[in-house]
Design a protein around this ligand. Sequence first.
Ligand code: FA5
Length: 352
Amino acid sequence: MEDALNGLKLAVDSALESAKTDMEVEAIEIKYLGRKGELTAMLKNLTNVPAADRPVYGAMANGIKRQMETAISAKRRILSVVKMANLADTERVDVTEPGERPPEGHLHVTTQAINELTTIFEKIGFTRTRYPEVDWDWYAFEALNMPADHPARDEWETFFMDAPGSKKGRMVLTPHTSNGQIHELEKGDLPIRMINIAKCYRRQIDATHIPMFHQIEGLYVDRNVSITHLRGVLDYFAKAFFGPDRVTRLRPFHFRFTEPSFEIDISCGVCGGTGINTERQKCRVCKRGWVELGGAGMVHPNVFKACNVDPKKWSGLAFGWGVERTFMMKSGLQIDDIRTLYKNDLRFLKQF
Ligand code: FA5
């Protein structure tokens, strides 16, 4: 028994000697000291030893067991010290190596267009303002010379809010940015050079209409503002946004809040304003060399009066158009469905 115990101790010592990893040490521990281990089996066999000898062999076996445990712990400590000492080589981190870049998004095309429009108009002294996108009837219609029940309101296909009204009428989701004109004039801080870029809502959806879109509204009020100024501003914009060879034209139109009123056309970027394409056929993009941009005109005297501004002293020009449509008209981009902008298709959006 004594030899057998010493033999086991020697076997453990030599196995530990050659062990190089924690896993190997663990395997040795299980082999000799585990529940089915060799020393454990010997301890169980003590029952076969004559009763008189049992205390001596029992003490001897437990002594060997403790020695083995001590040797195993010592080996574990050594391995851990060696591991720490080698860490600098095995797990070295080069802090100067470039890191991994997380995927980076970019601004949506509409936001890009809004930023570009803002910069263009700021260069000629316009300031961007913000007005509510849920507003009172007074600002969206009434003060814009569209009294209640006037048929002109039908053109705006408005969403009305299911909310209590006030002295200023019902609440609406703004169908255009022209409400900004009234807010600005009511402040009475003249002269005015403002642009209002905001979301608009109409009950419309097809290839050229969406229920939520953006408009840019411009208002310039000063002494002796004339249609010449309007033409100048629009031509400046057309060249800055679309390119140096683009020009605008004004077509007589009717808006309740401007007099005279116009629709603004811009020369077509695809056929160069000729209406004929490179294959000598009718241009598929434009109407005879021109594409429609938006509306404009000289501020109606009734609008001034509604805001307590004297139309005999002050005159003004106003213009407004859709941001999405303007972006789509940019040279070289032939997007044939406005809804493409909001489908969240990254293959499309990543191009811009
Ligand atoms: C107006 O909204 C006038 N407030 C513009 C104006 C301002 C005239 C100042 C005079 C002075 P209109 O309804 O035509 O006008 O809309 C202007 C532009 O908004 C359109 O040319 C188009 O570019 C854009 N637009 C209108 N409805 C939609 C829609 N459902 N989806 C996308 N764009 C739209």
